[in-house]
Design a binder for this molecule. Structure first.
Ligand code: NCW
Length: 442
């Protein structure tokens, strides 16, 4: 394994850690927060594998100062977090709840006091339930409500926030949520899913316009989950299947955002399920952005029979995701070849493993190897000319892993859910050694 150090990355490179609101905050009815689709979903029997919810999670809403101290202690320069829309606007439209904004203002000021750059995500999946009651993202109005919510956040937090991302992983909040049914609202309807995806993209574009007006000095962008996708064999049929999967998973979002068009091959295959696109929509969606956030975890090996292949010589994380670091540099180089790109941030990368607490230590050697090998690929892509400005480890700490509840641990920091103790895993100590190192003199 190549050993990487701080000097394998450019001086301007930012290292950070990432979380999201519903996964860590808890306090779901504090200070006027309204219900989100995840509150509802978690109460439906069978949706969450351990029957849990984000009601308490890491209790970050009350422990945010301790958590900022923890982040500081890792020596990182930045913290990526998300704002819960139902705290700021409990019904998703209309009245703003100042107490919700107060929380994020305290948090942002707390970061600045500690020398941490705030990287804010406006939507990491916790849609206000009243919007779902009228169709959620399948309803075009949600895109416009989202832009108004973005305005409220930006007007309060302003340019103290260095970076605003509109969406996290719109594939998840559309396809995984409205077609596959694994995430809230748990529907199984491709037409609705594609409408949701379109309205998420439109909401992104509308929010970018608002943010340009309200916080012109901030960096404004969005975050996609992109997979490395490879054919199972060298056959023509498998290559075509991989190309289609890339279209449905990656290009369906990349092409509208960066080229102002949906990929024609996939559009055609979707037949009557394609979304209704109004004349100016793609112009709105393709507005220039200052960065593209890439969340990378794994690859898909695709064959013409539609079965996901699991190469037997690979290793897998506790999510069942193949560990395939090379996919990250392949993906970055492919993005550079195929698109006119803004600067990239790796806004998430990390792994769930079955951690065990031994005394006050967690020896998570597999996670250290995962991070190390993926970071080596980032460094390699940078050397090959891809402009990557930073890397955020997912996640700061163990948290509510959506449909898996608390059964999957992604943290650099172990959370004992019994007493809410935070314990640095070996991976946190390793990351501190890299991210907290002084930038070498060049
Ligand atoms: S589930 C998911 N994740 C994890 C989550 O904790 C985080 O909030 C997300 O941003 C870790 O990072 C992201 N991503 C979904 C990836 C696609 C899974 C494909 C499933 C196919 C059925």
């Amino acid at each position: 394994m190549t050993i990487i150090t701080r000097k394998d990355f450019p001086e301007y490179f930012t290292f950070g850690v990432a979380t999201s609101s519903y996964q860590i905050e808890g306090a779901t009815s504090a200070d006027g927060r309204g219900p989100s689709i995840w509150d509802t979903f978690c109460r439906e029997p069978g949706r969450i594998s351990d029957g849990s919810s984000g009601d308490v999670a890491c209790d970050h809403y009350h422990r945010w100062e301790e958590d900022l101290e923890l982040i500081s202690s890792l020596g990182v320069q930045a913290y990526r977090f998300s704002v819960a829309w139902p705290r700021v606007q409990p019904t998703g439209s209309g009245d703003i709840n100042p107490l919700g904004l107060d929380f994020y203002e305290r948090l942002v000021d707390g970061m600045l006091e500690r020398g941490l750059d705030p990287y804010l995500t406006l939507y990491h999946w916790d849609l206000p339930q009243p919007l779902q009651d009228v169709g959620g993202w399948a309803n075009r109005d949600t895109a416009y409500h989202f832009a108004e919510y973005a305005r409220a956040v930006a007007e309060r937090l302003g340019e103290r926030v260095k970076s605003y991302a509109t969406l996290n992983e719109p594939w998840c909040s559309s396809i995984l949520s409205y077609q596959i049914g694994e995430h809230a609202p748990g529907l199984r309807n491709r037409k609705l899913a594609l409408a949701a995806a379109h309205h998420l993209l439109l909401g992104h574009g509308e929010a970018v316009k608002v943010l340009r007006e309200v916080v012109p000095g901030a960096a404004i962008g969005t975050v996609l989950n992109l997979n490395a996708i490879t054919p199972a064999t060298s056959s023509e049929q498998d290559a075509a299947a991989a190309r289609f999967e890339d279209g449905a998973f990656n290009r369906w979002f990349l092409d509208p955002l960066l080229r102002g068009e949906y990929p024609a091959d996939v559009w055609e295959a979707y037949g009557d399920d394609v979304p209704q696109v109004q004349p100016d929509d793609l112009e709105t969606i393709r507005q220039p952005i200052d960065f593209l956030g890439v969340n990378y975890y794994s690859r898909s090996v695709v064959s013409a029979d539609g079965q996901q292949q699991r190469p037997s010589d690979s290793s897998y994380t506790d999510m069942g995701w193949e560990v395939y670091p090379q996919g990250l540099s392949d993906l970055l180089l492919r993005l550079k070849a195929d698109y006119t790109l803004p600067p990239i941030y790796i806004t998430e990368n990390g792994a769930a493993y079955k951690d065990t607490l031994e005394g006050s230590a967690v020896h998570d050697a597999e996670r250290v190897a995962y991070l190390q090998t993926h970071l080596a690929e980032v460094a390699s892509a940078v050397r090959q000319g891809v402009k990557v400005n930073g890397y955020f480890a997912w996640s700061l700490m163990d948290n509510f892993e959506w449909a898996h509840g608390y059964s999957k641990r992604f943290g650099l920091v172990y959370v004992d859910y019994g007493d809410q103790q935070r314990i640095l895993k070996d991976s946190a100590l390793w990351y501190r050694g890299l991210a907290g190192a002084k930038v070498p003199e060049l």
